[in-house]
Design a protein around this ligand. Structure first.
Ligand SMILES: [Zn+2]
Length: 204
């Protein structure tokens, strides 16, 4: 998907409908800065408001994702497929990157925790400083772990080992589940059986 082309197309459609950035933003319940970001190709409209946006601009979602009004039925089908595939691919690539980031965050949190404790334990210093160092190490580590868990919860899907249903679990179920690496012992929301569920990137 060509974000710059899509941005220009949004601006074009907005003007055709005699709307300012602010008017369009107000109709969608967002800021005009968000609209400006789309039009400059710096961000994509959130999938949650994509349908409303297209309705206001009187275009199809596929027009929007193509960055132009798509022509005849045949090319429409072809382009639609391509856009959908592209969207899925982008999500998968983003998820893969996030999961690598999770490992980095985990490792860094551990290094900070162990490093600060090591310094506090072996370097001569005043007690208050020693306690502060340990506290900062622990807090940093907890923030890192929460952030990493949040990535693990939202990136990709968990697959139920019993019925093979793929889903995004709640943060709480990820937080409290027993785990070996990224495989977690959780209850499936579909068949309600508990099993060791693997992290998968693809939905299908
Ligand atoms: Zn299941």
């Amino acid at each position: 998907m060509d974000q710059v082309k899509i941005g220009k197309f949004i601006a074009e459609c907005r003007k055709k409908n005699n709307l300012t950035q602010l008017q369009l933003a107000e109709k969608l319940g967002i800021t005009d800065r968000a609209v400006s970001k789309w039009e400059n190709g710096k961000a994509m409209p959130d999938s949650a408001i994509m349908l409303d946006l297209c309705k206001i601009l009187k275009i199809s979602v596929n027009d929007l994702l193509s960055g132009e009004e798509v022509g005849t039925m045949n090319t429409y089908d072809e382009k639609l497929e391509k856009n959908l595939v592209e969207m899925v691919k982008q999500k998968e690539e983003m998820d893969k990157r996030l999961l690598s980031l999770e490992i980095l965050i985990g490792v860094l949190s551990m290094i900070i925790l162990l490093g600060f404790n090591f310094i506090a334990g072996f370097v001569p210093m005043q007690t208050w400083l020693r306690i502060s160092l340990i506290a900062v190490g622990v807090v940093t580590c907890i923030i890192g772990i929460v952030y990493a868990l949040r990535i693990e919860q939202t990136a990709g899907y968990y697959e139920c080992a019993k019925c093979h249903h793929k889903y995004v679990p709640t943060f709480n179920s990820v937080l409290w589940a027993m785990h070996v690496n990224r495989t977690r012992y959780m209850k499936c929301p579909k068949c309600h059986k508990k099993s060791w569920q693997k992290k998968v990137i693809n939905k299908d």
